[in-house]
Design a protein around this ligand. Structure first.
Ligand code: ADP
Ligand code: MG
Length: 683
């Protein structure tokens, strides 16, 4: 008959469908419950009413109360997108936060990431025009959109999140928004911030109302060390095991470190020690999180800790406020952060590890008290907390090289930089230095107006210096024809910290490349070798190159290349190749192009080694980083160091190091490329 016999295919399919439906219903119910349990949910209606009444509003609340994930959803639910015609945007200072939160929110709303809910970060746009109505993005990306559409006509609401971070892009956005809000009366602005500073934002926006979302917070016991710690990483690792062996589970540990390298080395040590201890201790789950961590590995921090285990999250200050990890009871805080600092006098940017502010370490301690009473172990003294730490972090605008920003503002037609509204204004000398740099690069003319080259530099989604390199590689008489190579190197330079699994020496040993004379050429050869193998994964494995990183590089390279095509540089380069085929001296042409782009990054050999060529101060003694191929070349192969050397970055650790170096074999190249800075040499 027609009746189903037990175990028939149809019946199996039906039960499977039923169980899937059940699971999905349970999931939706649990999402709904979770959303309702967040502190901000109680204020949903009040918040929406306040948004209706006021064009600008400041929202302050404890981290983890639901500001980032919920507020934008409330706005969508309240109809601000006009059935998807307009967009709600939420900016984040950090890429990882933008992608992670967007993923979470798409999940909560039950939609596909990249369709209705998406994210946009530099070099990666996961949105669908016409379909995406809720967009998480880095503050830098919204700044770029201002360039294309200065009225932000596609947006109904903008939420500037994590405003207390005071990134450069956030500060500038606030200035630009202050400018356009009076004539975009229907555009709503929410500024959300974790802690203090709210009054400062309010005053900046003509006394906009401050909405406070009270959060849950349990007491946190603070412990200090009695003596300063000589090695905070070792101290942190010891503390992890002390907690693990003396405190009862559950209760996860959050350790604040300053960057990927520290996190990786700490992870390795912890795993080794745990391995030695074996089953004398309960299992530890190590979960790292930092800006460059591949996306598929990021979710580990959010996974529930299995019973009887303890999770140790090793994080940069991204876990201070941007990401909330549930289940943390213990915080270990060495009290340091890596900061980009610009010294106007020498014209250089440096990535420095510096002590955090008091506000930051307090914020970090608070992370231990979200699920219950917690403990925070500070690896510095109580005296240091009260006497050495600055009360607040210094806003980025007061720390960085302003060239890129100034160029961006000028390209948007803002000429009166001194009167542009800013929460904190950079000093006049810093502004003048930025203008001078731009003039040297040819982005501004002698009257201070932006040039055609300046506009081109602005159109590239990278620092203006790199734009100049690519422009030069396509057009300069002594360089042209090497645009494609330049684009590859620029793309690689965006990811150099994580291209090679081990060291550069390996790259040489494993025979990817023959003998290269510079890190730049090494990067080029690595990329080309990979490209010749059809971008294969196994090639990367064989040559100890990070496959995921290379995929990102390829993506960046494609975007930069498309930009070159749009700007007409690709065609100019093509013409040069046609005229001069086959091209001679690729390496020399590339070196000259980088000289043109980075006139401030040249070191000169003196009696005591290399010195930077800062024009206002005397030079600074700098060393070639041991990981550089140039270091090996000058040392082992007893090749004579060149009189000049170009470096991409300075890093201060135990010494001042130059990273990513390219020797300048002939002095007259400096004069050729930078005639106004270098007199005609003897050779
Ligand atoms: P706030 O912005 O106020 O700090 P959030 O909206 O970021 O708060 O976080 C609200 C809750 O959502 C937190 O409990 C957090 O743990 C959770 N959450 C956020 N992102 C994720 C994610 N990617 N996976 C799991 N939970 C998340
Ligand atoms: Mg948030």
């Amino acid at each position: 008959g027609d009746s189903l016999s037990p175990g028939s295919n149809e019946e199996v399919a039906l039960t499977e469908l039923e169980s899937r439906l059940e699971k999905e219903t349970a999931r939706l119910k649990s999402i709904h419950e979770t959303r309702k349990s967040l502190p901000v949910y109680q204020y949903r209606d009040d918040l929406l009413n306040a948004v209706k009444e006021h064009q600008i509003m400041i929202v302050v609340g404890e981290t983890g109360s639901g500001k980032t994930t919920q507020l934008p959803q409330y706005l969508v639910e309240d109809g601000y997108t006009q059935h998807g015609k307009l967009q709600v945007a939420c900016t984040q200072p950090r890429r990882v936060a933008a992608t992670s939160v967007a993923t979470r929110v798409a999940d909560e709303m039950g939609v596909m990431l990249g369709k209705e809910v998406g994210y946009s970060i530099r070099f990666e746009d996961k949105t669908t025009p016409g379909t995406t109505f809720l967009k998480y993005m880095t503050d830098g990306m919204l700044l770029r959109e201002f360039m294309i559409d200065p009225e932000l006509t596609n947006y109904a609401c903008i939420m500037i999140d994590e405003a207390h971070e005071r990134t450069l892009a956030t500060d500038i956005l606030l200035g630009l928004l202050k400018d356009i809000l009076p004539h975009r009366k229907d555009l709503k602005l929410i500024i959300s911030s974790a802690t203090m500073n709210a009054v400062k934002f309010s005053e900046f926006f003509y006394g906009a109302p401050i909405f406070n979302v009270p959060g849950r917070r349990f007491p946190v016991d603070i412990h200090y060390t009695l003596q300063p710690e000589a090695n905070y990483i070792n101290a942190a690792i010891t503390t992890v095991f002390q907690i693990h062996t003396t405190q009862s589970v559950p209760g996860d540990i959050l350790v604040f470190l300053t960057g990927q390298e520290e996190i990786e080395s700490a992870q390795q040590s912890i795993e080794e020690i745990a391995h030695v201890l074996g089953d004398k201790i309960r299992p530890l789950i190590i979960a790292p999180i930092y800006a460059n961590l591949p996306q598929d590995q990021q979710s580990k921090i959010f996974q529930r800790t299995p019973e009887g285990c303890r999770k140790v999250v090793l994080a940069t200050n991204i876990a201070e406020t941007s990401l909330t990890i549930n289940g943390i009871n213990f915080v270990i805080d060495p009290g340091f952060v890596k900061e980009n600092s610009y010294v106007a006098a020498s014209g250089m940017s440096q990535l420095l590890t510096v002590p955090c502010s008091r506000a930051s370490v307090d914020q970090r301690a608070g992370r231990a008290g979200r699920v219950g009473p917690g403990k925070c172990f500070r690896l510095f003294t109580k005296w240091s907390y009260f006497h050495e730490l600055e009360p607040l972090p210094k806003p980025e605008i007061l720390r960085v090289n302003l060239s890129q920003v100034v160029l961006l503002l000028m390209s948007m037609g803002i000429r009166d930089l001194v009167n542009f509204p800013l929460l904190d204004k950079p000093s006049i000398p810093t502004l003048s230095k930025a203008l001078e740099n731009l003039y040297v690069l040819g982005a501004l003319n002698s009257k201070g107006a932006i040039t055609r080259l300046g506009h081109i530099m602005c159109d590239f989604p990278c620092e203006p210096q790199f734009g100049k390199v690519m422009h030069t590689a396509a057009t300069h008489e002594k360089c042209k024809g090497v645009l494609e190579e330049a684009v590859t190197i620029v793309a690689m330079l965006h990811e150099t910290s994580s291209v090679l699994v081990n060291s550069r020496q390996d790259a040489n040993k494993s025979g990817i490349v023959g003998q290269v004379q510079s890190d730049h050429m090494l990067y080029l050869e690595i990329f080309n070798a990979w490209k010749d193998m059809d971008y294969s994964r196994s090639w990367c494995l064989d040559h100890k190159v990070q496959y995921k990183t290379m995929l990102r590089v390829r993506n960046i390279r494609d975007q930069l290349w498309r930009c070159c095509e749009k700007l007409g540089l690709a065609a100019l380069n093509e013409a040069a190749l046609d005229a001069g085929n086959p091209l001679q001296d690729v390496e020399a042409r590339l070196t000259r192009s980088f000289i043109a782009g980075f006139p401030g990054n040249i070191a000169q050999l003196g009696s005591s080694g290399y010195r930077t060529m800062g024009r206002q101060t005397g030079g600074l003694t700098v060393n070639i980083h041991p990981s550089s191929v140039v270091f090996q070349m000058f040392r082992k192969e007893s090749k004579k160091p060149t009189k000049h050397l170009l470096y991409q970055r300075l890093v201060l650790t135990s010494k001042e190091y130059m990273r990513d170096c390219i020797p300048i074999p002939r002095e007259n190249w400096l004069h050729d490329m930078l005639p106004h800075l270098f007199a005609k040499g003897s050779k």
